[in-house]
Design a protein around this ligand. Sequence first.
Ligand SMILES: [Zn+2]
Length: 110
Amino acid sequence: MTDIDPAHLARLRLHLGRKGMEVNQKLTDVLAGMNATLATMKLPGEGKPGEKPHERLRRFLDQIVRAQRRLGTPAFGLCQDCGQPLPELALDEAPWTEQCRDCALREASR
Ligand SMILES: [Zn+2]
């Protein structure tokens, strides 16, 4: 996806930035031992077995940072596993998406 217009790019960048701050704040609360629940936050994918809340949040934060680095490069909007273009609607909702549905399902079934 190399042909994102500048306004769209700015929206995606803002979206990623806001989400990054939200997750970062949540992580801070969890690490401070505050009664922060992840239930109010929509996290991508499933938690891994035995994964602690702060580990899960950190994983999501890393994912957001990776998307921020990809944004504006040809790699943005492509499945990081198979290289297929991701649906634009999915990217607008979750610009940090890294996998197409097929690859996500394959990984989940492993
Ligand atoms: Zn894929």
